[in-house]
Design a protein around this ligand. Structure first.
Ligand SMILES: [Zn+2]
Length: 237
């Protein structure tokens, strides 16, 4: 049951028929892991917290530069700069930092928002939806790998080695190519939109599609993705 302060806090999204009070309660019970760094991940963290996702997990070492710049207080050994900022943004959110970015995060997360494909296969094995976004130059890609739906393609059906096709990193000025900040932030909001759709209406979902954005025109194309019967990750034995 939402408290009065929460009804006021989330009023602008509770009035949406896709959300409502029940949907907001569902968001507050949900647990999302953010895997990745850089501006798309930082934007995603902001919007997940603002939407009232109850538990947001991330690896301590994946500190987005934007949070490092904003952090005003000394941080504990297991803290990363995003945590205190997000807690201040929305005290309803539990921000959990995990000490080792190389280990698979705990099983209790409902789904993953990722700007890297590194741990996709592990998450798929956990049967978790994996909302993936990547950037390269003035292009961005978005795809949902439905680990919980065996009839749907996974990320590896799309790219056997995504990192060879796309530089999925952003944020370190030595990285190249670099997506401009407004476009990176846009991708972050699109990733969160997909996450919220899965949490609020998991039964809804069209054909699996790769969304390809081209900037600065914000041109978006959709490519239907078929399941690869020989996929190393999701094909039946
Ligand atoms: Zn696959």
């Amino acid at each position: 049951m939402l408290e009065d302060v929460q009804i006021e806090r989330y009023s602008r999204q509770i009035i949406l028929p896709q959300v409502g009070g029940k949907g907001q309660e569902k968001l507050l019970r949900s647990q999302v892991y953010v895997d990745g760094d850089g501006l798309p991940a930082a934007a995603a963290l902001f919007y997940l917290a603002a939407a009232g996702v109850g538990t947001i997990g991330m690896a301590r070492a994946k500190a987005a530069p934007i949070f490092s710049a904003l952090a005003e207080q000394s941080l504990g050994a297991d803290e990363q700069p995003a945590a205190p900022i997000l807690r201040r943004l929305n005290p309803d959110c539990s921000i959990v930092t995990h000490p080792n970015e190389d280990e698979q995060p705990p099983h209790h997360y409902d789904l993953v928002l990722a700007t890297t494909d590194t741990r996709h296969d592990g998450w798929y094995a956990q049967r978790k939806p994996f909302v993936w976004g990547a950037t390269s130059g003035e292009n961005a890609r978005l795809f949902v790998s439905w680990g919980d739906r065996a009839d749907r393609p996974c990320l590896r059906c799309l790219f056997s080695d995504p990192s060879a096709v796309f530089d999925v990193r952003y944020g370190d000025p030595t990285d190249s190519p670099i997506l401009s900040p407004p476009y990176a932030l846009f991708l972050g909001t699109q990733l969160v939109t997909e996450v919220l759709k899965i949490i609020l209406q998991p039964e809804v979902g069209g054909q699996p599609k790769l969304l390809a954005y081209t900037f600065p025109a914000f041109h978006c194309t959709e490519q239907t993705v078929e399941k690869n019967p020989h996929c190393a990750v999701c094909a039946p034995d």
